[in-house]
Design a protein. Structure first.
Length: 423
């Protein structure tokens, strides 16, 4: 039986023949009208298989994707009324598919039988690539530097947004395709790319970009300044009780840091963003929930200095305005001269993006592009080698769905590569 509230949501879908939610809105091109129609007809198992054609992360993407900027933002219903609750429907179908073990009825094919493939990194890109290769009969081993699989899904997204039980069930389902796992194996520490090349027919690099970016402003070296990605990954939070914390940035990492820190007892959490609210990369729902939880926002402001002797004591900010620059469609923020002011602050979290560990790449004999990403060709391959790469490592869009899409597409490229090379 389909839950009553889900039945109401699938009935709301118009099943548009043009499928803008799938073709325009979904990075994974999930067949959204199809799986909604199947659910509407009570064919939940078929709906799960439809999703499984394009994704193995339905329980996760259905919960954490920025739906209003993707599938639901392209929904025809949303023009005059509310969009169809695509994310909620997707996660429900996938949850039921995993719970009822529909996937056990799927037979692996033999296209890649006898082929050994190593996947380094177990975030959304690595997990997806592994699953699609294993379903083709490949002997896949995932290498992960942490104690548990999941990458950013486990060590970057707070449990209040993605419950660990959901993540664990998803990973168990993916591993059911016969994937092997080696944890606490880190490239450059106890894992060498040259050794893996000798053992495996192909290698997929999917360990992302996890070095926090800096703004290059005075005071970033002071005690009490943290990188947002590192803070979420390592959970090395200080004591926030009765403290004031500034979060610099406007993406989901900034929202996750702000909400986590507020929940850990901070007296004041202020998100500082140099553009307007509607231009924030973070999902609208996350922004609204942060506000409801007491997080404050300063839009059209930027940070110019972090002040203190050894520890953060204050920050200097400046007001900004948006102007149109020649050749650019997006308005650009510029500082308003003379509008500087200071705020007392105890901690500063830089959530302005992350970059690739170029030193690690170069230590493994890999080439870094001019844009500071791993250099690959049009097949996502490092030319002349059996090494492929995707996700943040090569500069792709840094959302879970886009990373998963990259993993899926790279699995196809690896299959094509191996199909012309004899065992």
């Amino acid at each position: 039986m389909i839950k009553e509230q889900i039945q109401e949501k699938v009935e709301y879908c118009l099943n548009c023949p043009t499928k803008p939610c799938s073709k325009k809105g979904c990075p994974l091109s999930n067949e959204i009208p199809t799986f909604i129609k199947q659910t509407k007809e009570g064919k939940l198992e078929e709906a799960f298989y439809t999703l499984l054609d394009t994704t193995v992360l339905g329980s996760i993407c259905g919960r954490i994707c920025p739906h209003q900027k993707q599938c639901e933002g392209s929904c025809v219903r949303g023009i005059k009324r509310n969009s169809v609750s695509i994310g909620e429907i997707e996660s429900y179908i996938f949850d039921q598919g995993i719970e009822n073990k529909y996937y056990e009825k799927i037979n692996k094919t033999k296209e890649l039988k006898g082929r050994k493939i190593a996947v380094i990194g177990s975030g959304p890109s690595g997990l997806t690539c592994s699953a699609f290769l294993a379903r083709k009969g490949a002997d896949v081993t995932i290498y992960e530097k942490q104690k548990e699989l999941g990458g950013i899904l486990r060590y970057g997204i707070p449990a209040f947004r993605l419950p660990k039980t959901i993540l664990d069930k998803t990973i168990s389902f993916i591993l059911s395709f016969g994937i092997k796992v080696e944890t606490q194996k880190e490239l450059g520490r106890n894992l060498k790319l040259a050794d893996l090349q000798k053992e495996y027919d192909a290698i997929y690099l999917a360990f992302g970009a996890n070095i926090p970016r800096k703004m290059g402003i005075p005071g970033e070296e002071l005690k009490g300044v943290y990188g947002g990605n590192t803070l979420l990954e390592k959970q090395n939070h200080p004591d926030y009780e009765n403290k004031r914390v500034a979060i610099i940035g406007g993406g989901n990492v900034a929202m996750d840091c702000a909400r986590s820190i507020k929940r850990l007892g901070a007296k004041q959490v202020v998100v500082i963003y140099r553009r307007q609210e509607e231009q924030m990369p973070a999902e609208k729902k996350e922004i609204e929930e942060a506000k409801q939880e007491g997080v404050e926002f300063l839009f059209l402001h930027n940070i110019t200095k972090i002040l203190g002797t050894n520890q953060v004591e204050k920050i200097e900010c400046i007001k900004t305005k948006l102007i149109a620059k020649e050749g650019e469609t997006r308005l650009s923020p510029v500082d308003i001269e003379g509008s500087n002011y200071t705020l007392e602050m105890d901690y500063v979290v830089m959530a302005v993006g992350a970059k690739v560990d170029t030193n690690l790449l170069e230590s493994q004999g890999l080439i870094v592009s001019n844009k500071k990403y791993l250099e690959i060709d049009e097949n996502h391959q490092i030319s002349g080698t059996n090494i492929f790469a995707g996700g943040d490592l090569v500069g792709q869009n840094s959302t879970v769905a886009w990373a998963a899409r990259d993993g899926r597409e790279c699995a196809k490229k690896i299959e094509e590569y191996l199909s012309v090379r004899r065992i």
